[in-house]
Design a protein around this ligand. Structure first.
Ligand code: GLP
Length: 263
């Protein structure tokens, strides 16, 4: 495996290169598993999407082998579609249940995802912020990245929102996520997302990313200016950021900034 360490004022970033999605997923799962072993009651910030699915699969395998226990783990998901109940086939609760929770020994009382059905946006955001606070923040925040640089559903804009908020999904995000729906009209227009504060205050951040369609945004987000137009770029300021990428997603970065540390 090859790795690059990259430091900027205030931030430290490690990029871990894997040949393919399978190895990227194993690499990421190793980091999550190390976190849980070191601190069994870790608070994990969790993403949905295709990128982390292989990582979840690997974690389930290790749990089934008896190498890992989720008994004390607490989770805080990044986001949820507004208007969907937990059991909606496209809800993020459903995604997490099908791709991780139902396969491992996690206590569902320790699982937190915004409630898409709350009539009051203000109330839901306050409630979720309170949960984050009561849990004492996030030990390891796992993230994917959208094609437009969104993290969670923090969409590009003129400023970054600090706390949990409800956001109108951008056309680019709807286009990217419509593959999970029968057609784009079934997609909600709004979603809840944790804000930048909880993400940046996480003790560690792990980004999982794969595929050539993400190579431009990865380069812009992590080697370009920090700007709310690319929300992920703010992660450059984080002191403990690891990016697990596959060959095709890291192609442009490797081209410009050759990975140096052989392991
Ligand atoms: C969604 C989620 C994000 C995720 C992004 C990328 O918009 N809200 O948390 O990072 O999709 O998903 P994928 O990994 O499928 O490309």
């Amino acid at each position: 495996m090859t790795e690059q360490r990259y430091e900027k004022i205030g931030g430290k970033m490690r990029i871990l290169y894997s040949e393919d999605y399978y190895n990227m997923s194993r690499q990421a799962a190793n980091i999550v598993s190390a976190q849980i072993i070191a601190k069994p009651n870790s608070v994990l910030g969790l993403p949905t999407g295709t990128s982390p699915m292989g990582m979840y699969k690997q974690l389930i395998e290790w749990y089934k082998k008896g190498d890992l226990s989720f008994a004390k783990v607490k989770t805080l998901n990044l986001d949820e579609y507004k208007g969907f109940n937990k059991n909606h086939p496209n809800s993020y609760f459903r995604f997490m249940y099908d791709n991780l929770f139902k396969h491992v020994n996690i206590d569902l009382n320790n699982v937190h995802i915004p409630n898409g059905l709350n009539e009051s946006i203000i109330n839901e955001c306050e409630k979720y912020n309170k949960i984050i606070e009561l849990l004492g923040g996030i030990d390891l925040q796992i993230l994917g990245i959208g094609h437009n640089g969104h993290i969670g559903f923090n969409e590009p804009g003129e400023s970054l929102e600090k706390g949990t908020h409800c956001i109108k999904l951008s056309q680019s995000t709807k286009e990217a996520n419509k593959r999970f729906f029968n057609n784009i009209d079934e997609m909600p227009n709004y979603a809840y997302t944790v804000g930048i504060k909880a993400i940046l205050q996480a003790k560690k951040i792990l980004m999982v990313v794969n595929g050539g369609d993400k190579k431009h945004i990865l380069l812009d987000a992590f080697f370009g200016p920090i700007t709310p137009a690319i929300p992920a770029s703010i992660l450059q300021l984080h002191a403990n950021l690891v990016i697990c990428g596959d060959k095709s997603s890291l192609e442009m970065i490797i081209d410009k900034f050759p990975l140096s540390v052989e392991r």
